[in-house]
Ligand binder design. Structure first.
Ligand code: 13P
Ligand code: ZN
Ligand code: NA
Length: 281
């Protein structure tokens, strides 16, 4: 059933687990998340990147909202990494539960002004807002931020930012990376602990693909209530189709769609268990 992202994350915060937010592109992805969440009695989030939403438009938005609403477990739909007001408005108009008003590429004052404005807009529609302070490196579907451009979250700036913008959830940058980790992931947990001391709202960690279980657990202990997962699920899906293409060129398409759902569902289920949200629906 559709549930507010705020309720999902505040409950996760209270009981010390995290909700998986999975970047999706199509029906198979939606089914994979719903099936995995239902099987493990877990809450879950569907999230969509702006250019995916621009491609899929209202039909894709309706698909995600309907999939989340018809699930037997609490779910919400979230607009990921959006720096354009027009797309945020479109998503809010369609009934989305939350958005990431992403001003992380702007200067601090511009990010604050943008986030405050988008928060007022979203709250007016009964939706909630995630913001990012600091800037995460790596590549996410066409958007690349080099390590040099990346910035770690400053705990005191985070506090001021949250107070002044009225934002509901905060994405932190502590060495997490979008896409693959090309060397051993190194997260600054000491910084995360200091952010937690300054900021009471639920914290979000992007770039969860590639993080080992112990780091995920430590992040949850230090207040992370939402993990963003894209790459691992996307790669599983692409790998499925590559292999299918080699062996089943005359195959039944529907059977393959179902099997591709199953492939994604497997990895989503692993994440749900790792995040501690299984059994929490
Ligand atoms: P990964 O692609 O590393 O899982 O990161 C996903 C993400 O942060 C989406 O916003
Ligand atoms: Zn992200
Ligand atoms: Na990652």
């Amino acid at each position: 059933m559709l549930t507010s992202t705020k309720d999902l994350l505040e409950k996760a915060q209270k009981y010390s687990y995290a909700v998986g937010a999975f970047n999706l592109y199509n029906l198979e992805g939606a089914k994979a998340v719903v099936n995995a969440a239902e099987a493990d009695h877990s809450p879950a989030m569907i999230q969509v990147l702006p250019h995916v939403l621009q491609y899929g438009g209202a039909p894709l938005m309706a698909l995600f909202l309907e999939a989340a609403d018809s699930a037997k477990v609490p779910m919400s739909v979230h607009l990921d990494h959006c720096e354009e007001q027009a797309i945020i408005e479109m998503a809010l108009e369609a009934g989305i539960q939350s958005v990431l008003a992403d001003g992380s590429k702007f200067s601090y004052p511009e990010n604050l002004a943008f986030t405050a404005q988008m928060t007022a807009l979203a709250h007016g529609k009964g939706a909630t807002v995630e913001a990012e302070i600091g800037r995460i490196s790596g590549t996410e579907d066409g958007m690349t931020v080099s390590e040099k451009e990346a910035k770690m979250t400053d705990p005191y700036q985070a506090r001021e930012f949250v107070e002044k913008s009225g934002v509901d959830f905060l994405a932190v940058t502590i060495g997490n990376v979008h896409g693959q980790y090309y060397s051993e992931p190194r997260l600054d947990f000491e910084r995360l602990a200091r952010v937690r001391q300054q900021v009471e709202i639920p914290l979000v960690l992007h770039g969860a693909s590639g993080l080992p279980a112990l780091m995920i657990q430590r992040a949850i202990e230090l207040g992370v209530c939402k993990f963003n997962v894209n790459t691992e699920v996307r790669q599983k899906y692409l790998q499925f189709w590559r292999e299918y293409g080699k062996t089943n060129s005359q195959g039944d398409l529907l059977d393959c769609q179902k099997a591709s759902t199953g492939a994604m569902q497997e990895i989503i289920a692993q994440k749900i268990r790792l995040f501690g949200s299984a059994g929490k629906a």
